[in-house]
Write a new protein. Sequence first.
Length: 435
Amino acid sequence: MLYDSPCPTTVQRLHSALTREFSNCPSSSWASGTGQVCPRAGDWPVRDFHCFALQLFFFFFNCFLLHRHRCYQQNRLKSHRHDTEQSTNAQLMAGGSRIKPKMNQTRTPASQATTEKEPTINKIALEEHFSIGELLPTSAELEFFDPQLLGVIEPLLPELAEQRLANMDKAGIEIAVLSQTAPGIQAIADSPEASAIARQANDALHAAIEQQPRRFRGFAALNLQDVDTACAELKRCVSELGFVGALVNGGTQGEYLDNPRLDPLWSTLEQLDVPLYLHPGLPTNQPASMVKELDGATWGWSFDTATHALRLIVKGVFEKHPNAKVILGHMGENLPFYLWRLDSRYASTRYRNDIGTTPSAVFRRNFFITTSGVCDDAALQCSIAALGPERIMFSTDYPYEDIELAGRWIEQAPIDPIAKTMICRDTARSLLRLG
Ligand code: ZN
């Protein structure tokens, strides 16, 4: 039958022919009140009945054709989505485990991430913030934040007891590695004051860990205004307090970590064999293109942190310190998506340094990333394809992000179960030597 398998051309042709036929018939002008007589009709009332029936027929027939045309378009769209998913999965897991194709997995907006379900995987999360009272972010520092949202978040920062543990439970987080929130020590101009407050923040964190030794671990806050004191504090935190690394909130007073002055920090990290979490801070030099709408966590912080990470690579920090390990949050601050172009264009710049290999090779060798603040299947799949699941770790960015949503999302992410366990806990356990 003609309409069993309509295509747009057939449907449109029929629709046009019938419309033409209808517009040629004077009954249409009769219907509009001009009073002309349809030559195919007899005398009234037979003539009126004929014109009315003809219009009714055309009306329903047009409805039918439009319906068939819409069905055809929807089927084509479904078929296209299916093909895209098949091709993505095949590329993603080439040489590895297969992902079961499922509909609705190409993009999962946070609002629809998952259904309600009890967590089933015990997780370790690495970007979980707290704050001592002295370092609570000021309203000027978080000026871009929606004030209502900030009102909910701020009271959660100093809280290191029941409420935090209950929220961790909801996400299935067994261990949270806690860190002083941004901008933290990096925003303090006075060096002795920065040293004293860093020590105070680390002692407070240590006290919280002692209260919950099975649930909390810590990253040290460092006063990089004075690198020797910072190195001594890092050694104290790791050797005496049992911390598992350090977290630095962006540049320190406008100075980035590739500055040769900070070389002893990299040596100390290598010597202690602990990673440095490079978290966004408050950029001091914004690009001229930045606008308020994009500043902060929306885009500005990622831009600054990704640039910071790339500075470490192209300035040769890892040639000097090949065993240094850096963790980037927010799904690698968009870098996993960019690696091919990074190599391609770095090879073409006259300003390139000899780093012994490509920038992407250094990124794959010396960097880990976390999923903090990104609950997106597509971004996760891209990162797995670019780096391998062994370089990705679960995190939530509590209390700035929805911890429960992050936990549910990773549980249902369409990835290989072994890769998922690696991301949720195994890599963190081995990198941080959590036993
Ligand atoms: Zn964070």
